[in-house]
Design a protein around this ligand. Structure first.
Ligand SMILES: [Zn+2]
Length: 232
């Protein structure tokens, strides 16, 4: 993984005082061209940035110092925190993203992303397993990094959690699915169908192939229960 430092973004400010970096937020830019996004981040009028942008070939542009508050998440929520820009590192990934032209993430790019994320997590141990998509923290507004993003592979490399339900997770349905999603960290003010859809985009993305997103099944409930169990 090659880190490029000769392009930076002016779009940042200081992190809110007293907040530590405890999350890593992944995005896609919604385009296959890195240059357009780099122009946007370099333009002060865009008011958009991220700490890193990862190109398709695995080159990582270091745009904003990790100690500063980059502007990548906007209005967001996770586990009670509403200023995710102050508490996170943001990575924009070059990927077209949107269906029907959603494109898989090339292996070279994901290998570089894993290396970059591992380095960031080593510098900021409070991130722990809190490696999330923009869609997790802004489910009513955002779908990135998309249903084709290989979350399971990242979890295999120690980045984030990948829930594998056990019998107890099917049996322990004492509370409703939405209550479980709220306990995981999703915004309780967001409507239920949207929350289920965005949870599935991260953890049960095969439902998107059949257009069944937003429809919770027993399996959806079990993996949410498993995820909450793994978090504790
Ligand atoms: Zn985003």
């Amino acid at each position: 993984m090659n880190i490029i430092t000769d392009i930076t973004s002016p779009n940042y400010n200081d992190r809110a005082s007293g907040k530590e970096i405890n999350a890593l937020i992944l995005h896609f830019i919604g385009d296959l061209s890195a240059q357009g996004a780099l122009d946007t981040y370099a333009n002060p009028e865009s008011q958009l940035s991220a700490h890193y942008m990862l190109d398709i070939n695995g080159d990582a542009y270091a745009l904003v110092d990790e100690g500063k508050r980059a502007w990548h998440s906007g209005k967001s929520y996770w586990q009670g925190e509403t200023d995710l820009n102050s508490t996170s590192i943001g990575i924009e990934i070059v990927n077209r993203g949107y269906a029907p032209t959603a494109t898989p993430y090339p292996d070279t790019q994901i290998t570089a992303l894993i290396e970059l994320c591992q380095q960031i997590c080593a510098r900021h141990p409070a991130i722990g397993t809190r490696i999330l998509g923009h869609s997790d923290i802004a489910p009513a507004r955002k779908i990135d990094p998309g249903h084709l993003f290989p979350w399971e592979r990242l979890a295999q490399e120690g980045l984030g959690l990948w829930p594998v339900p056990e019998k107890q997770d099917y049996d322990n349905h004492n509370v409703g699915l939405l209550t479980t999603l709220h306990q995981i960290g999703y915004n309780p003010e967001c409507d239920g169908v949207t929350l289920v859809r965005e949870f599935q985009r991260h953890y049960e993305s095969h439902v998107f192939e059949k257009g069944h997103e937003g429809q919770a099944t027993e399996h959806t409930h079990a993996i949410a229960t498993a995820l909450l169990r793994m978090m504790s």
